[in-house]
Structures are given as C-alpha cells and as structure tokens.
Ligand binder design. Sequence first.
Ligand SMILES: [Zn+2]
Ligand SMILES: [Zn+2]
Length: 813
Amino acid sequence: MTSDTQYIEVAVALPVYRTFTYFVPEPFRGFLAPGKRVLAPFGRRRVTGYVFGQSPRPEDKELKPILDVLDDRPLFPPAMVPFFKWIADYYKYPIGEVIKNALPGGLNVYDYALLTITEKGSTALRHGQPPPVAQKVLAPLAAGPCRLNSLIKKIDQKIPGTLLYQLEQSGWITRKWKLGGASTKARLERFVRLADSDLPLDHLSKPRQKILEILQTEKEMAVKVLKETVPTAAALIKPLESAGYLTIENKRVYRDPFGESIKPDTPPQLNAEQHQAVSRACDYLDKGYHPFLLNGVTGSGKTEVYMQVAAAALEKGRFVLVLVPEIALITQMERRFRARFGECVSVLHSGLSVGERYDQWTRILQGDATVAVGARSAIFAPFDNLGLIIVDEEHDSSYKQEGQLRYNARDLAVVRAKQNACLVILGSATPSMQTYYNVTTKKFTELTLTQRVEQRDLPEIRIVDLRLSRDARGIRRFIAPELQAAIKETLERGEQVLLFLNRRGYASFPVCGACGQPMRCKHCDISLTLHQRSNAYRCHYCGYSRAATSSCDICGSTKIKHLGLGTEKLEDLLTPLFSQARIARMDRDTTTRKGSILKLLKGLKDKTIDILVGTQMVAKGHDYPNITLVGIICADLSLSFPDFRAGERTFQLLAQVAGRAGRGDRSGRVFLQTYNPEHFCISAARNQDFKAFYQQELSFRQALGYPPFSRMIQLKISGKDPHKTEKHAQILGDHCRALKASHLPHYRSVEIMGPIEASLTRIAGRYRWQILLKGSDTGALHQFINQLTAHSHTAFTHRRVQVAIDVDPVFLM
Ligand SMILES: [Zn+2]
Ligand SMILES: [Zn+2]
C-alpha cells in the first residue's frame, strides 16, 4: 500500500461473510497498512475493521470513508491475510470473526450506546407526564447517563428499539455512540540509568551512594530490582534525578509467563535414525512447502529432532512455530526449547492472562520472539517469515476447536505451511488415519524413529482378561491379582506406578437401589457422576450439580448404588491395598488450579508420589523416567462410542499410555485389563503395531466410505424446544435433498445422511439433531454447503434453532 492508496479492502468485526471496500480520506493516506485496524461506518453503527490491503477503484459507487486509523502498527503481518481468507472460506465463518478469534483478547474496540436524560425529560418525569413504560426507562437515568446494557439490567426487562426512538423523538433522552474496549495496554516499568556527570558522591547518604555504585556496574536497572538491594530506592531516585546523578525512564516490559529459570543446554549426540530424520528435513529447508510425518515410537526422541530442524531454520533467518496439544505439555516443550534457544522463545495459550497474551503476540510481531510454542490457538501466531511449523502429537483431538470457529489446528498448520512455502512436521507415535493415509498416497514424506533413545526397550505389554477376573464371591475385581502383585513388586523396588482409567469422579453410574433408575442430569440426556470429594453429583456436559445426599427422582428412595468406577473411587480402593504408598490423582478435578499439573509432575520427578492415578491427561506425552509399571484399568471405555473414530481413539490412547512406561534406565511393564482381548484395536496396541492397526482400520473405512476416503461436513442443529428443533432439522434435510436433486450430475457424490437425533440427544437443555454431508469430491461438497447456505439463508439464521456448520467434524456424537 502506498501513500496515495484511495480504496482499501476491510474485514469488519461483524458476522458478515465478505469484505468491504472503503474510501480513504486524504489525511489518512500514508498511515494505512495491512493488519491495522480502522474505524468504519457500517449501517448506523461504527465498527472496527481490519485492513486487508489496497482495493481496485470500484465502479461508479459512492463509497463510505473510513473514520479513523486505530493502530500505529499492524496487528498482524500481510502474510496472514490469505490465511484468514482461507479459513473463513473453508470453515464457513464470517471473515471479521475469524480475525477476532485469532487476535489476543482485549483488543477489540466496540460501540455502545450511552443514554442521557434531557432537561425536558427530567421535568416531564417529575410531573409524571410520560406513560408508565417510558417512566420505567427514564427513572434510572435521572441518576446519571447510563449504557443501554446496564439500563436493561437495572430495570430487568427488554427495552424495545421503538420505545427508545419515541423517547428520543419526544426530546426526553439523547443517545450517543461511544467507543469502548481497548482494555489491553502495554505494561511500563521504571528504569534508572547513570547520568553522564562528574558530580561528587562523598556528601551523599549511604543508600544513595549504594544506588549509584550499583548503576556503575549494571548501567541500567529496573527500580523493582534495585529495591531488592536498596529497599528505599523508590523514594531516593527522584531527588538523585533532580540533582543530575541519574535518569529515570519508563520502559515497556513483557509480563513473564515463565516461572523458574532454565539452564541452557547443548544439542546431544543424535542416534542414526534421529540424525537421518534431521538431515532429510533440513534438505528441504528454504525450498518451499514440504510436509513430513515424523513417525516415532514413544520415547524415541522426537523433540530433539524438532529442535535440531528448528535450529537450522533459525539459522536461515526464518521463524519456527511449535504446536502442542495442551497446556500441561507446553510447559515441558517450552522448557526444552528455552534451554536450547533462550529468550527468543515465546509461549501462547489460553492459560495466560489477557495482558500476557498481548505481550507475547507483540513480541512475535516485532520479531523479538523467533520461536513460539503454544496450544491450538497459536496457529494464529503473527509470524511473517515462517520456516518451520511443528505439530507435536498430531493425532490428538485437542487440535480441534469446538464451538465458535470450528477449526482444526493440525490441518491449518499444513495450510499455513503451504501458503508460507515452508516445512511442516507432524509428529506422533500413533499417527492419525488421515495423516498416515497422506503418507501412503505420497502427499507427506515419512521420517521414522523405530528405536527408543539410548537403546531402551519398548515396554512389555500383558493382556489381562477381565472376564476371568472374579474373586471368591464372584464379584468383579477392579485390579486383577497379577496387576496387584506387579504394583507391590514395583513399589518395593522404589519405582513408580501409573494407573490409567479414562473416567473421572467417584461413580459414573449412580443407580437407585429401589427402582433401578439411573440418576440423570436435569438438562442433559446423560447419567450424573458422583464426586465424593466435593459431595455432589455432577453432569460432565453442562456442569449441573446436586447434593450427594439427593434421593431418587422417580421413587424418592435414598438408597443409591454407586456403580461405574471413576478415578476418585479407584484412588480410594488403592489406599487400603497399598497403605504405605503415596497416591496422587491427575484428572480434570485435581488440576483446575493454575500450577497444579506442574506440582503433580514435580511430585513424580522428585519421587514424592508412588502411584499416580489419572485419566487421559496422563497419556499425553509426559516423560516420567521412574515409572516402570503402567496399569490400564479398563481398556474398553472408549471402544463402544457411537463414532467411527472410536477404534482409532482407543488404539491411540492405549498405545500412548503404554508408552509412558520404562522411559528411564529401567525397562517397563504394562498390564492392559480388558473385556475384549480379541478386538484388533486392543491387540494392535498390545503389540505396539501401528501398521497392523492402520491396515485393518483402513479397510473398514474404505468399505463404509468414511474419511480418509471422503470428507464430511456436519450440520449441528440444536434448540430448547424439542418439536421446533426436530421440525427445523427435517426442513433443513429437505433443503439438502432438494438442492441435490436440482443439480444432480454435479452433486451426485454428495451423500446426505439424516437428519437424525444426536447420540447425546440433549445437552444443557438443548435438543440436538444432526445432518451429515459426506462426499469423496471435496470441491463438490464445499460447493454444496456454500450453495445451501446461500439458498436457505433463513434456515441458518433461525431465531429459536441454531444451526452450526462443522467442517471435518471430529466429534460426531
Ligand atoms: Zn428410585
Ligand atoms: Zn447436564
């Protein structure tokens, strides 16, 4: 963009799908750049818009001028404009909202209406002239101007636009549009530095002399740090400045999300396989787009491969983005990258405060941070010269964002790498079906690590058939005798045990002992879980909870049987069996507080925990060197989910958990308890045989035409009224069929399944229906949904029934 740019393309922060062209008035020319925000008129409102670039001169149209330029510097580099456009187009999401999702929070400027009562209005109110509805609105305004939203809250009822209009017309109130938001500001800190002077020091007080002495060696120092040595420093620096000894300056500082200090490390010697992986990837650096799958067994040293390729990219002056599936793992990855690359590493995830996120964003934007490690939203990190994107544990479903902008960060990593002409490495010990299929069809290059580092063995896995595991009274045991014996042995050797059960709470299936009815959530079609520690039944879908003393809804009996084993109960059952052991639990209930995961991991490292009980949180890539025994309490929990990926997820989870064993000097053992020992997912996990699993699963997928042999788009229809929701789903289904019928040869490949009631029929009081669109021709499928949303626009913007479009859905239930 140049200083005579007259027309610009702007994406407004509103739910509209296209961008708009605005006129640039003379004074703003030269101040504009892609990525800056402008204030622009839109209908009767003023909205924030994001500049995308120059627009061609439009045909004889009166264009509205922008009102202001809001930023001195762009918020994102021009390289991200095509990325945002791609996302909006592919995921069928309004372009301005895509950017809003991508930017750190706290930046959005918005409009709000400020209502003020006039003289005339006050007088009228005193004389009781306005009608009662109007008086209700005017009365609170007598106390002072008020935002429309707060006024609605105050009087606790809706205020119709027509009423406001009448009040305005009568001259009783005025309405003004104000700008709100922009709450995130850079943090400034005071720094002092020695002034250039020969002023004498001897007549100064001891503390003052001390300050100047420190500054002589340190040159510049934060007042905060200075106070550690000279506690009264804050009061002394002002007079010292006035006397000309030093200067005080407010400087921009970054809020530091890192806790401990980290010792630098040097790259270790790679084994032959690692070395080959690094050199093959590096061969393609700076040679355009190239995607890799780093397929390495658990404990094979994938992170070291990432770091060495990253070092090579940085050396070429290009930046590196590392995605990790969840916050707990970021800490681990971040520590290793920080030890190797130092201060240039930035971290992005939702656990940071708004201010911290803003700071990290700015550091990347300004080139101060050249490496970013983050969770899925870090895919939007504002790098303009990416050389490498890494997606660790690429199979993990946490990369899929549910709700709002439904994207998959793993897939976006590949898109961004293509747009930036750079490398992308997807890493996993249990690659997703999709990614491995891309290897077999030569879209991706496979790099393999088949050996654990330092010649460690993969753990030995034993299957325990739960069908045979009954004690003398015929009651099923939670822990088979052989596993119990192995736990005992392991503890006696001073080693640690990990027990995995993918269900939290105490009892996941509380049932009335009198009438046999399960305890159900009031808002969802799902059983409640008893959480004994917090003394309540809880719904894991909507958060509804009721007292643990509740009685049966149906018959009123207080005799509730607590069926269904959860991690809380498992922990309780272990205590009498291993009374000497220190037992801890890692699941969503024990890790809500900031830092609690780190504390548990530290406990494992420092050996203050002997047995760790946990849900899938423990399966994810953590490295516990002293764990030599892993017990999988029930391998079948996820197998029976009504989802075509149930087998894939089960295999991944089991192979990952098993991989936590024996990552130190001693070899590991795994006991896998199951009711389905013959199931191919279980046996493939037992043999750690990814290829066997893949071949079998692929033939199922092919037979049924499921991904990777097709693409899917799911329409998620939900509403509070069961009949309206069902009817709307039927209507939408009819629209789909009519559209297909009217363009038949073109849309022949598009399959319309449903509408059907969702497997979870009700969540948080909303009834749920689904339509699944499936097609082997991605282009036709996307054209179909575009045409559908355009033709049946009203069906997608219904007031009572919400229709969400989920492109490449991951959770079909
Ligand atoms: Zn009952
Ligand atoms: Zn619920």
